[in-house]
Design a protein around this ligand. Sequence first.
Ligand SMILES: [Zn+2]
Length: 197
Amino acid sequence: MRRVVFAAACVVVLLSTSVSATDNSPRVVTIEVLIDHGDDVVRAHQAISSAVLDVSGVFRREFNIEFKVVVVGSWRPASQHFDGNEAFSFLENAGHNRSDIVVAFTSRSFFADVPEETDSRITVKRTSGGLAKLGGNHAIVRLYDRANVILIHEIAHLFMAQHSDDPGSVMYGDAIAATAFDEDSKEAVFQNRDRKF
Ligand SMILES: [Zn+2]
């Protein structure tokens, strides 16, 4: 697995929207986006731009947080059905000195240690839509039709939001169907809105 900087595909998407004059200035969080070297760059780029735009809209509305993509690079997950935890450690070791957070996208499937439904102390290997650590700086997001929902979920983890047992919350741990936040998750993101990355 190797991380390669993509000079040619460096179409930097700047997401900046005006907030009404009565609001406080938005908290701007910069993102380094990594595209899987095996994915079709143009399609991946479109899907990522639309997901980031969507997520930025939700976070701006809920928390006055905006996301700005400042670097686009590529990364190489090892195989078709790769170990997400291993890839995650690799990304963490590579650091994040060019942006506040790093989000690595891939259309490949990957598996990860996730809490067992009946006992959260036990983890099992399962196919996963995304990975992030509470209060971390990195996320891996599977690029498919629910990428925007997964991205909201993983980014909220970076702001310390934990899983919710409310199936109507975007922080529901499994098969997320909603983009709304439950009250606890909302509170967590608010509390950590200005966290240092
Ligand atoms: Zn989660």
